[in-house]
Every structure is written in C-alpha cells, then in structure tokens.
Design a protein around this ligand. Structure first.
Ligand code: NAG
Ligand code: NAG
Ligand code: NAG
Ligand code: NAG
Length: 862
C-alpha cells in the first residue's frame, strides 16, 4: 500500500522495502525467481539505508536469517552478489558491530570457496584478514552461547580442509585466525577438550605453510599443550611447548613457557628428587593431581600438604592447623560457647601467621610462587581437600595484596599494559580464579559451622538450659559468644571481599567473563538472603559490582544486578500491612526512606535505558526485563509518581526508541499489581487493551507469557470481567499443549491457578444454569490435576474446596451424583499425589566446580 502514493526517500521507504522483501522470503532453494525478488527489495532497502545506518544493520540481520535455505553446499554461490553488497554496505557505514561484520565476511569467504571462485576468495581474504585481526581479537561476549560456538568450529574445520586443498596461503591463514578466535572463549571452560582437534589442525596447517603468524602459532601451541596436559598426555604437551619455544616469538611468553616446560618436565621424571623447594612442590602437586581421588584420598592429601610444606616450611602447617579442632585449647570452662570462642580465636590467630611468610620470601621468584600456590589451591579444590585449599589460597593471595592491590592503590593507575596476553595479565587472571575458589571454600567453611553466607550465628539452645533460673541471661551479650559470632561475620566478610576483588580484577583486565562470574557467584550464594528480602545486607558489594559491570559486561547481567540492588534499596521501605486491621488501610512511606527510593529509581532507569539502548544483537531475556520493570514500577509507587502509560502501537508514536510491546505489557501488568495495597494508586491502563496486546504479542519466553496471562486472568476476574477471564484462561489452558517438554513446577502452578480462576468466574456467572455448574466443576478438576503435577498441596486443596462447593447443590439427585464420581476420584488422587511430592526432599545442586555456576533467576512476587 505504501508504494501506491508518492513517497519521500526516507527510513520509512527503506522499511517498506524490507517488508516487501520479507514477503518474498525464500522457503526453500526451489524458487530462484522468488529469491531474486527478495534480494532485489533487500538491496533497495540497503541503498536507501545508507543514510540510516540502523536500517542497513537491521536489513543485514534479517537477510541472514531469511537466506538459511541457501546455506547448504552447492547453493551458497547464489548469495555471492547480495552478500558482497551487504558486507560492502556495512563497511561503508562503518558499522560498530565488528563481530557481526566478521561473521558475514567469513560466510562470504565460504561462499567463494563453495563456488570455487579462487581469485575472488584470494582477493577478499586479504582485506578480511586485516579487518578480523584488528577488530575481533577475542569474542568474550559470546561466552554465554557455548553450543560460545562449537557448531561454528565444526563448520570451520571443514572450511579449513577445503582451503588447504585450494592451497592459497592467505585464505588458509584467515580461516586459521578465525578458528582461533572462535576457540578462545571455550578455552576458559571445561569445554576445551572439544577444541583440541580443531586447534591441532590449525597448528599443523600453519606449520606446513610456514606461516608468519608467529604469535598466533605460539598461542595455539601453548593452548594445545595445556589441553594435552589436562588429558595426561605429557609427552604431547611437552612437544607442543617445545614448538612454541622454538618459535621464539617474543619475551611475552618467554617466562610462561619456561615455567610450564619445567613443571611438566619435572612431573615427567617421577623418581628423582629435585633440589629446589619449588621443584619439589611442583612434583608433589603433579603427583597429587594424577592420583585417583577415590582410591587415594589419604595419600593425595599427604602429597598436597607436603607441597605446601615445601613452599612454606615454617608457616604452612600453622595456617593449615587453624581448622584443626584437636589444637583448640578451650580453657577452663567446658561450656559449648567457650569452646566455640576458643575455636574462633585459634583460627584467627593461626591464619594471621600467613603474613610471617612474607619475611622469608626471596625476592625475584614471586611470580613463580603465585603460580605454584595457585596450582596447589586448584588441585586441592578439585580433590575437595578443603582445608589445604583454603590454606594455599591464603598464601597465594598474599601476593595479590602486595604485588597488585597495594601497588594499584598507590599508583592509582593500572599496572598493566593493554596487551591481553602479557604475563602480568595472565597472573591476574589466575589470581581472580583463586579469589573465586577461596571465596567458595570460605563459604564451605561457614557451612561446616552450620551457617550460610552472610547469615549470623544463632546461639545454641542448650545455653539457655545451662542457666536455670537466670532469666535475664542473654548469650548475645556474652563476650565469648560475641567473639565467636564476630568470627562468623568476619568469615562472610572475607568470602565477599574475595568475590569483590575478583570483579575488580576483571574490570582492570577489561574481561567481562570474570566480572560476570563474580556477579553470578554473589547472587547465587546470597540467594537465601535475596529471597527473604535482605539485599540491604550486601548492598555495598552490589554497588561495587554495578560499577564493574558498567565498565565491562553484558546487559543481561547488568539487569540482574540492578534489580537485586534496587530491590535491596527499597525493600525495607515498603510499608507492611498490620494483620490486626482487616479493612484496607492507607500507608505513607517513611520520609527517611526517600533517598534510598530515589536511588533505586535511578538504578532502574539506568537499567531500562541500557535495555532499550542495547545493540539489537544482544537479546535481553524477557524474564530479566520483567524483574527490573516490576522493581521500577514499585519504586515509582513508593516515590508517589504516576507512570504515563502508553499502550498505543509503535507506529503511532513514530519513534524508534518507543518501548517494545512486551515491555509495555509488563509495565501495565505491574501497575495493576501495585494498586489496591493502600499505597498510592496508579491510573491504570485499559485492561482490555492490555489483554489484546498480550494475546497478539509474540512471546519468546513461554513461561513469562504464561505468567503474564495468568496474572491478567486474575485482574480480569477481580474487575468482574467475565468475558476476558474466559478469553485469557482458555488461551492459557490451550497453551499447555505447546509445553510438552517442559516439566516446570511453576508452569503447573500457573495452569492450576488459571483453571481455578476460570471456574470461579463461571460460578459467579451461572444465572442458575446447571450445565455451567458442571462446566465449572470440570475446570476445578483440571486445576486440581495441574496442582497435583506441581506437587502443590495448598493449590490442590483450594481446587478441591471449590469443586465441592460447585457440586454440592447437585448431589441430592442420584443421577447427578453418579456423574461426579470419576471427577471426585481424580481430585482425591491428586491430593495424594501433591502430598507425596511435597514430602520429597528437594536436593539443591551443590556446585563446587571451579567456574561458572548456572545462572538463576528468581521470580519475584510482591
Ligand atoms: C630468540 O630471540 C632473542 C631475542 O628476542 C634472541 O636473543 C635469541 O637468540 C633467539 N633465540 C633463538 C633460538 O632464535
Ligand atoms: C577478619 O578476617 C581477616 C581475614 O581472615 C583477618 O585478617 C582479620 O584479622 C579478621 N578480623 C577479626 C576482627 O577477626
Ligand atoms: C503453591 O502455589 C502457589 C501459587 O503459585 C505459591 O504461591 C505457593 O508458594 C506454592 N506452595 C508451595 C508449597 O510450593
Ligand atoms: C458475569 O457476572 C458479573 C457479576 O459477577 C456480571 O456483571 C456480568 O454481567 C456477568 N457476565 C456474564 C457474561 O454473564
């Protein structure tokens, strides 16, 4: 329709071309004519778009999605003309998303190879090589989509084979460099065994053509050596290290190579006893690493301790004994509290001894010792010898404090050269890893005392009984108890400091994955605190993390963090209803809370801006969006600010930054949730518009969709809008069929809730009809079924009660009674099912691997 009138050449023309093009999107490779039309419109859009940069970018993304059918071998050549134009256009507008450009370039190269257009491939590869080398050195942002990748690597392996057959060195090198970049993020994870083969191919090919990419070759050999060593193939590892040393690329790796080589060499000569203490330690650690944990726990522990003693003969035993309860001298009194106090004092005194180690340090081999202590800590962590792990961490981190942390404080500027592979940077990376391990190990120590991170010690009940008659006795004021509980608090503090320092290192190195890990660890280990609204207790840490994540980091993590932080700020200022007053009260917010509330608003708005301003490629999950929106709306309410809510469609607003429809629905929903609680009431958007929008929208997250629709059903019911209750709940109950593979408890709870509301609404609109009464009873049965599936006893009972009330008037007639027999059985079955599921202990995943725990998202309901 747009093309019928006269039209100015502007972005809307470009958009119209894109729409037109999409109408001709290829579904297969059969219809080349259709494909050409598609290409034509896209090229028009791109030409129009050269003055509207975002249009070119969007067109390129869309194009790439739509040409999938042509990516199979033998058809790629069809893409050469259009893909070349797109790559050129992205170059012309100097698109900032270098990874995207690189990806398209590599694909174009593959198209050339697929079409056997050698000359073109050669010519193109030379420009592409320069670009990729300069602009896409490493791809940390892809770290979260590992699967960061494996498929691409497989494809590139084939491409490399083809490139070798063609024998063009330029092309080969580009493919190799790309492969390396793809493998880089995987190396940080336990996935590195998957990249062994591709990396060996890269190393071999580059060696064969005697490539001048010396630095790259050296890095590849080093990584292979590490992988081989992990696989206990020492000979192969040594061979690759030697190759790397022969390349003699620069002093950058000299020290690293020398140390690694010696370490491996030593562990290969098992039966000789080395002269230097450091060498002895290396040997012992290597032996412990290779020992099988199950069979040889005692022997491994011994080896690890001896390694520690070799490195610090005077102090290691003392620090290790900090946790040895046999060494605790509990003094005159035999009470439990006295013992706890003595244990705390013993620990504090013993770990302080670690500082004395510094006095005996030889200058000069500090860096080597950092690596050795780190190795010991990691080996102990892997074998779960926690006390040794904690002691080794303390020694290792001494060096962080003196070499890096202090130096940085005084100089106020980064010690590090920008090079991401310098030896210093490598050391800092190791120290960050040890910080994480130490923090986790400290959480483990707290666990041994029966305490979760950042919880406080609770006086043992026995102490109350020990003092019969002395009613006024409070263990809290007992000096011995104080000592113990301060020690517990200090352990939490120590763990948090370690997480925080790791984040600081990540910021310094400009490496997002370290900062992300710190955020995820802190949020995970404080889950109990967050879910009980105690974010305030860790607010300073969250603030520091926010600073780091603003500098380096992904929007998704930023949102998670902002949400935790903003909630921490407002949660204690939300007035609580007093149970003794039944009718609705009105509340006012304590004025002294306003600065916190305003700060929370700022944080939320910062996050929301980051969310809308994000480059289109980075998808922020709806679950994360929903949480920050909920917090924002609550903060607005506490701050007595209305929200101007627009449900209008995007076109009307004529504005690219208009909120996306999902966000608008979520804001509307939260506004409804916040009303009627006795705080300021928002002017609500129209429920029918909200419902329509939600039904039309395409949701990428079916759980959030389900939750949204369930909440809308509830609000429709609350406003006695029977028609909308039926529309929403029907959609919800139909959606169950799309969920086949998703056995999620939350899902079943929501389905049960929706069915129950539907039944209630039907009951209230019976107008005496018996058939409707029966229909309502059926929905209650459905509700009970889902509740049984969720194992949620209270929901089953709720449904059962409603079921009973619905049937009651009909039970008088034997005929009607008969038809409720089966449903009643189902209800009973589900009551039993829910009850038995309730009893199953839910075992949480204990995670003590050393990196990247799974992300979690808490579902907040106010
Ligand atoms: C390696 O390079 C250094 C200078 O960077 C040089 O002094 C040394 O002789 C070289 N060694 C070999 C084996 O080429
Ligand atoms: C708290 O722990 C740190 C680190 O273990 C230690 O240096 C400090 O002395 C402790 N402080 C108290 C009051 O126990
Ligand atoms: C049962 O479901 C309701 C509604 O989803 C939820 O609020 C409640 O926590 C659940 N109860 C249990 C024990 O999981
Ligand atoms: C449903 O019941 C409500 C009152 O609860 C009434 O206002 C509404 O008109 C009824 N709707 C239908 C379709 O019967």
């Amino acid at each position: 329709m747009y093309f019928k009138g006269r039209f100015p050449v502007n972005q809307f023309l470009g958009r119209a071309y894109l729409c037109q093009g999409q109408l001709h999107a290829p579904h297969s490779t059969d219809n080349l004519e259709e494909f050409e039309k598609f290409v034509l419109f896209f090229m028009k859009a791109i030409l129009t778009g050269l003055t509207y940069f975002f249009l070119v970018y969007n067109a390129s993304v869309l194009y790439w999605q739509l040409v999938r059918p042509f990516l199979k071998p033998g058809f790629r050549h069809c893409l050469i003309p259009s893909l070349s134009q797109i790559v050129t256009a992205l170059n012309q507008i100097e698109e900032q998303d270098n990874e995207w450009r690189a990806e398209l370039m590599i694909n174009l190269l593959e198209c050339f190879l697929d079409a056997s257009k050698l000359e073109e491939a050669k010519e193109f590869s030379s420009t592409a090589a320069v670009f990729i080398k300069e602009n896409v050195p490493d791809k940390y942002s892809q770290i979260f989509s590992l699967m960061a990748q494996l498929k691409l690597i497989k494809n590139l392996e084939l491409t490399l084979k083809r490139a070798v057959q063609l024998g063009v060195p330029g092309v080969i090198q580009v493919v190799c460099a790309t492969q390396w970049n793809l493998c880089l993020p995987l190396l940080q994870h336990n996935l590195h065994q998957h990249v062994r083969k591709p990396l060996i191919s890269v190393a071999d090919v580059l060696e064969e053509i005697d490539s001048m990419l010396i630095l790259l070759r050296c890095q590849v050999h080093m990584e292979i050596a590490r992988i081989e060593e992990d696989g206990e193939r020492l000979e192969a590892a040594l061979e690759h290290l030697q190759k790397a040393m022969h390349l003699n690329s620069s002093e950058q790796y000299g020290e690293h190579l020398r140390l690694s080589f010696r370490r491996l060499h030593l562990s290969a000569m098992l039966y000789e006893s080395p002269e230097h203490r450091e060498d002895q330690a290396v040997m012992l650690i290597e032996q412990a690493k290779r020992g099988k944990q199950k069979d040889n726990a005692r022997k491994n522990r011994c080896l690890l301790i001896n390694a520690g003693l070799a490195l610090a003969p005077d102090t290691f035993q003392i620090v290790l004994d900090s946790e040895n309860e046999v060494k605790v001298f509990s003094g005159k009194s035999n009470s439990q509290i006295s013992y706890l106090c003595a244990k705390a004092q013993h620990h504090t005194k013993s770990v302080e001894k670690v500082d004395e180690h510094l006095k005996h340090l030889r200058n000069g081999n500090g860096r080597e010792r950092i690596m050795l202590w780190a190795d010991l800590a990691k080996a102990a962590c892997k074998q779960e010898v926690w006390d040794v792990c904690r002691a080794a961490c303390r020694f290792c981190l001494l060096y962080d404090d003196i070499f890096f942390r202090e130096a940085r404080k005084h100089k106020k500027k980064s010690l590090l050269p920008a090079k991401s592979f310098s030896f210093e940077a490598d050391l800092l990376r190791i120290l960050a890893e040890i910080r994480f391990i130490n923090a986790e190990a400290t959480v483990h120590l707290l666990g041994l005392q029966g305490i979760k991170l950042n919880d406080h010690a609770v006086p043992p009940e026995a102490t109350y009984q020990c003092h019969p008659g002395s009613v006024s006795y409070l263990p809290e004021s007992d000096p011995e108890w104080k000592t113990y509980s301060l020690w517990i608090d200090n352990l939490s503090w120590y763990a948090m400091e370690n997480f925080q320092r790791a984040a600081e290192i990540g910021e310094e190195l400009n490496e997002a994955w370290i900062v992300h890990n710190a955020v995820v660890y802190i949020l995970n280990y404080n889950r109990h605190l967050i879910s009980s609204g105690r974010q305030r207790d860790i607010i300073e840490y969250l603030q520091t993390l926010l600073g780091a994540i603003k500098t380096v980091g992904s929007t998704e993590i930023l949102l998670m963090l902002c949400n935790a932080l903003a909630r921490g700020l407002i949660i204690s200022w939300i007035p609580k209803p007093k149970p003794e007053k039944a009718n609705i009260q009105s509340f006012s917010v304590d004025p002294s809370g306003l600065p916190d509330i305003k700060a929370a608003l700022e944080i939320c708005e910062f996050a929301l801006n980051a969310m809308t301003g994000t480059i289109p490629k980075e998808k922020v999950s709806i679950a994360a969006q929903q949480q920050i929106i909920a917090t924002w709306v609550k903060a607005k309410q506490l701050n007595q600010q209305q929200i101007r809510h627009q449900l209008g469609t995007q076109e009307e607003e004529n504005n690219d930054e208009a909120q996306n429809p999902l966000a608008r629905i979520l804001v509307g929903l939260e506004i409804y949730s916040c009303n009627g609680l006795g705080l300021m009431d928002f002017t609500v958007p129209s429920l029918s518009q909200l419902v329509n929008l939600a039904l039309e929208c395409s949701w990428s997250d079916s759980l959030v969709e389900l939750q949204t629709l369930t909440r809308l059903t509830y609000f429709a019911y609350a406003s006695q809008d029977h028609k909308r209750v039926m529309t929403c709940s029907k959609r919800i109950l139909d959606s169950d069929k799309n969920f086949v593979h998703n056995r999620n408890i939350k899902k079943y709870e929501m389905l049960s809730t929706a069915a129950c509301i539907q039944g209630k609404s039907i009951m209230e609109n019976l107008s005496g009809r018996k058939d409707l009464r029966v229909a309502a009873s059926k929905t209650f049965v459905q509700s009970a079924r889902y509740a049984g599936e969720a194992g949620n006893y209270s929901l089953v009972m709720f449904a059962a009660r409603h079921f009973w009330n619905a049937c009651l008037p009909l039970l008088g007639s034997p005929h009607d009674r008969e038809q409720f027999k089966e449903p009643t059985k189902i209800i009973l079955k589900n009551i039993i099912k829910a009850e038995s599921k309730n009893k199953q202990v839910r075992i949480s995943n204990r995670y003590f691997g050393c990196f990247l725990p799974g992300m979690f998202f808490l579902l907040f309901i106010w």
